[in-house]
Each structure stands twice: as structure tokens, then as C-alpha cells.
Design a protein around this ligand. Structure first.
Ligand code: ADP
Ligand code: GLC
Length: 477
């Protein structure tokens, strides 16, 4: 169970740590000790770090470090929590506070400082997203002469290029590069901004992202979101490694959140989950009618805009149900709230974050809708496949790499895939999936195809291991 989760990164980081340790690699993961998780963490204070100071601009921040041994591989995997209440005791993990950049600059600097104090020189610093994207530049500037890190290399994984960590130029002093400040992108600088992710892309030894299709998409417009040139100018490009699924958490045979389990050989439990989901969501829909599930952050990325027209139309035309769990932007919340008022027996919306309900929606729905505008990888479509819940997805990023459109005649394929980012395309996809559902023999073929898919992490992790080996033996660019 992740310590802090708003989306897929938590699942991915947790699984990668577990898998690497199970292959006998030593992993030390760092994350902020967010105030809201303090009680759950309850780690041991790390004496080598004690009360350390990191200076950002003219402010000294004191931090300490707590450590927890991983439950699965205590000898090989440790989680370190950077405890700086001045910056991390906030109501949310991510904020829009004016010092947001400082929170993650402190975090990045504290990671490097703590490694020094622990006398721990990793072969590879594996950074994720903009929050730690300055680390490769620190290694090449502030820490360039630290003998300990002479052999350390850096990898940046982009989980979502839509979040770049853009800060005002006034933050340059906080970054603390001293004489090396000239390494900051000068064009941006003149325009009054500093872009954290851009510097990660420029200075990391390797850049990866979380699916092969997204790796291609971000090297171009529009999905490069302004960073396509930066990515294109890396001689080694961007490597796409598809995320995996941790089937210890997400498999209907063993899912700890479910009261009824099921498998491809015996799917009866799926119906029991559906009954439970209908009841829990307060829906009054015959169990023989299709129910569409969604579990999502409610942001523009997820394609909710496409549903404003298409969902009411489908609900008018077809006898189906919809159950949505999500949190995020108020305009999307309002849309689903209104929809559930308009169709109280067929549409349920639950606002907020609820792990147990997320599992029940996966298990009890017939279809799972992800109309994303873009999707670096996406995990729920892979979870859905394992639960025999047919994904309806747009042909983008990791969705394209993990779902094949069903060919009803040949009986091949695993879901319903649509191309265009517009309401008619979603309407077509929903209508098509419902048509398939009406022929239960055909539908069961599709369900079996879906459940036979395997996105297990133990396959994906070998790609990371090969990458670590390669980068470890490389000379510094
Ligand atoms: P992203 O990271 O862009 O949000 P992913 O598909 O990679 O998308 O991962 C989303 C993860 O977060 C899944 O494990 C999903 O079940 C979970 N999730 C998203 N919203 C909620 C919510 N409101 N309640 C519970 N789990 C959620
Ligand atoms: C991001 C992406 C999502 C991906 C996840 C984990 O949040 O939006 O597509 O699955 O990171 O890599």
C-alpha cells in the first residue's frame, strides 16, 4: 500500500522498488514526509543526518531523515522520508502555494546531502518528474567535484510532461547553482521563467518515459507541450518502458479489497461484485445491463470534456449504468454530480479518493472508460483487463500500447479503441462496446481475451535493470 498516492506514480514507484529488491538490487527510495502521512510512517530517525540544514536563497531550512525498511525486502530496500515540516506540513501533497518550487528543491537537495552524510553513493539516481529534475544538473555542477558521486549517473523518468515545474526567474537564487547559474536555460531566463523538467531532460544521462507510444508522442507537437525540441536534441532520444501491474494488489483472484474473488476459469464472482457495486452505488439497474466504470483524477488530461455531450446521449439511447469515482477540478465534479441527479437510478458519482471503491469498480463494472486526451501510460486499463472489465480507451500513449481493438469476427482483441479526440468518437466507442455486450457469447470471448493479458512487473523490471547496467557502465556525457 503506498504511503502517499494521488495517481499512478505511487503504484509504479512502489512496485519498482519491490521488484528490484526481489532481484537483489539495493534500493533506497526517498520521498517527502508529508504532514498527512506522518503518523502512518513513524520511521526511525537517521542519526548520520541528524538535524541538517539546506539553504534556499537566503532561508535556512532544517530537515531530518526518517527511515523505514521495506516490508517485503527489509535488507535491500529502504524508504527514506525527508522531514521538513516548514515545507511539507500542508493539507495536500501537491499545492499551488507560492513556495511549491522550494518544497521540491529542498527535497532534491536533501536527497543529495543525505547520501553524502550516509556515505552512500548510488550507481544510479533515478529521478521522477519535475520534482527531482534538478538533480542531474546538481550532479554536474554543485556536486561535480564530490568524489563520492564521481561514478553516479542519473536517469529521469517522465510520468507526465504536462507538469513541468515552471517557476519564476526569481527562484533562480533558490536553486543555488552559484557560478553555474549560467547553465540555466537562458531563453527561458530572459522570458522570466525557469523550467525544472527542461533541465532534467537536458542534463540527465538517460531520459525515459512510461510507454513506447508516449515516448514518440512527446518528441513532437502537441504532446511534447513545448519540450519536444529539448527531447529531440538528445542524441539517445527518450526510451519508453511500459509500466507494469503489481498483481499482488490488482488481481481478482486475491484482491484484498474484494469479498468475492474470481478468475478466468470461474467468473461467477464478478457478478457478485457487480451486485455489490450496484447496491453500494445506490443504482437501480438490472444486473444483466452493462455498467461502465471510471476511476480518475478529474483533470483535462483525462478527456472528461468529451463526455459532456456524449454521455447524456448514450444514457438516453441505451439502457446502461455508469459509476464514477474521482476528484479534481470542480467543473468536472459538477458535470458528474448533475448527471447523477438527472439519472439517479443509472449514474452514481462519488467525489474523493477511495481505494476500496476503486477496486470494487474495477471488479464489478463491465466496461471501464478512459477517453484520455493524452495518457503517458495509464494503469487502470491494465487493471481492468485482469478483472475482465473491458477498457474503452483512446488510441494514445500507454492506452495504445496495452489495449487492442476487438475484432468481433475473428474473436481477437481486448477492448474498444477509438482514435479521434471528439465526442462522436466516444459515442461510437460506447455504442460499439454496448453492442458487443448484447451478444453474451461474443462478450465472454472478449472477457477471456482481456483476462489472459499479462502486464506483470517482473517482465518490465528487466528493462530497467538493463538500463541501469548500461548507464552505470557509461562514461559521463
Ligand atoms: P494518473 O497517474 O494519471 O492519475 P494512472 O492510470 O497511471 O493515472 O493511475 C491512477 C491510479 O490512481 C490508479 O491506481 C487509480 O485506481 C488511482 N485513482 C485515481 N483516482 C482515484 C480515486 N479518486 N480514488 C482512488 N483511487 C484513484
Ligand atoms: C502519470 C500519468 C499516467 C501514468 C502514471 C505512472 O500520472 O498520467 O499515465 O500511468 O504517471 O507512470
Amino acid at each position: 500500500m503506498p504511503y502517499a498516492k494521488t495517481g499512478g506514480l505511487a503504484d509504479v514507484a512502489g512496485a519498482l522498488i519491490r521488484e528490484l529488491a526481489s532481484l537483489h538490487h539495493e534500493v533506497r527510495a526517498f520521498m517527502p514526509l508529508y504532514g498527512t502521512i506522518r503518523a502512518a510512517v513513524n520511521g526511525k530517525l537517521v542519526p548520520e543526518v541528524g538535524r541538517a540544514i539546506v539553504t534556499l536563497g537566503s532561508t535556512d531550512y532544517e530537515y531530518s531523515l526518517q527511515v523505514v525498511d521495506s516490508r517485503d525486502s527489509p535488507s535491500l530496500a529502504r524508504i527514506y522520508f525527508v522531514d521538513c515540516p516548514a515545507l511539507f506540513d500542508r493539507a495536500q501533497f501537491y499545492t499551488t502555494d507560492p513556495d511549491e518550487h522550494r518544497r521540491f528543491l529542498l527535497f532534491t537537495r536533501a536527497v543529495l546531502k543525505s547520501c553524502q552524510l550516509l556515505e552512500f553513493a548510488p550507481d544510479v539516481f533515478h529521478c521522477n518528474d519535475w520534482h527531482s529534475a534538478f538533480l542531474p544538473l546538481y550532479l554536474r555542477t554543485v556536486y561535480a567535484h564530490e568524489p563520492m558521486f564521481k561514478r553516479s549517473r542519473s536517469i529521469l523518468t517522465i510520468h507526465n510532461i504536462g507538469y513541468q515545474g515552471i517557476m519564476p526567474v526569481a527562484a533562480a537564487g533558490d536553486i543555488g547553482l552559484g557560478a553555474a547559474e549560467s547553465q540555466l536555460d537562458q531563453t527561458d531566463f530572459k522570458q522570466g521563467v525557469v523550467n525544472a523538467l527542461k533541465h532534467g531532460i537536458r542534463f540527465a544521462d538517460v531520459v525515459t518515459t512510461v510507454s513506447p507510444t508516449y515516448a514518440r508522442e512527446i518528441c513532437d507537437e502537441p504532446l511534447g507541450m513545448g519540450l519536444q525540441r529539448e527531447l529531440q536534441s538528445r542524441p539517445d532520444g527518450v526510451l519508453g518502458i511500459l509500466n507494469g501491474v503489481d498483481y499482488r494488489d490488482w488481481d481478482p483472484r486475491v484482491d484484498p479489497y474484494l469479498t468475492s474473488h474470481f478468475s478466468p476459469q470461474d467468473t461467477r464472482g464478478k457478478r457478485l461484485n457487480k451486485e455489490q457495486l450496484l447496491e453500494q452505488s445506490g443504482l437501480n439497474l438490472p444486473v444483466t445491463r452493462p455498467i461502465i466504470g471510471m476511476v480518475t483524477r478529474l483533470t483535462e488530461q483525462k478527456g472528461i470534456d468529451l463526455l459532456f455531450d456524449s454521455l447524456p446521449e448514450i444514457l438516453e439511447l441505451r439502457d446502461c449504468g455508469l459509476t464514477v469515482l474521482g476528484s479534481g477540478e470542480p467543473r468536472y465534479q459538477r458535470f458528474f454530480e448533475d448527471l447523477s441527479k438527472r439519472y439517479p437510478t443509472r449514474v452514481a458519482f462519488r467525489s474523493g479518493y477511495d481505494e476500496a471503491l476503486a477496486h470494487l469498480i474495477e471488479a464489478g463494472s463491465d466496461m471501464f472508460l478512459m477517453p484520455s486526451r493524452y495518457e503517458p501510460c495509464g494503469l487502470n486499463q491494465m487493471y481492468s483487463l485482469r478483472y475482465g472489465t473491458i477498457p474503452i480507451v483512446r488510441n494514445t500513449g500507454g492506452l495504445a500500447d496495452s489495449v487492442q481493438h476487438f475484432d468481433a469476427r475473428a474473436g481477437t482483441g481486448t477492448g474498444c479503441v477509438f482514435n479521434d479526440y471528439d465526442p462522436p468518437a466516444v459515442r461510437w466507442a460506447l455504442g460499439t462496446a454496448i453492442d458487443w455486450f448484447e451478444d453474451q457469447t461474443r462478450w465472454q470471448t472478449l472477457v477471456q481475451n482481456a483476462m489472459a493479458q499479462n502486464f506483470s512487473w517482473d517482465r518490465q523490471v528487466s528493462q530497467y535493470v538493463m538500463l541501469y547496467e548500461r548507464v552505470r557502465n557509461s562514461s559521463k556525457a
